[in-house]
Design a binder for this molecule. Structure first.
Ligand SMILES: [Zn+2]
Length: 76
């Protein structure tokens, strides 16, 4: 059994960017206790700002590039 960090549950397709509504690949836990979700695009865009206010940044953008080539059925 591996230890699971309670604050770092994986992001899912149901997690949406707070800015544009795209699928979120970054979860930012704020020092103030809140939480923000960003897509890869906005995560990168706001990263310098986020680093100042974040207690923790969970970055799953690597999943974007490591997605195995799948059938194009859910390509929209
Ligand atoms: Zn976005």
């Amino acid at each position: 059994m591996t230890t699971v960090l309670t604050s770092a549950s994986p992001l899912t397709a149901a997690d949406r960017c707070d800015r544009c509504g795209a699928q979120a690949y970054l979860r930012v836990v704020l020092l103030s206790g809140g939480e923000l979700l960003f897509c890869a695009h906005h995560g990168r865009k706001f990263e310098p700002e986020l680093k100042k206010i974040a207690a923790e940044i969970q970055d799953e953008t690597e999943r974007l590039t490591s997605v195995p080539a799948s059938d194009s059925e859910d390509e929209r």
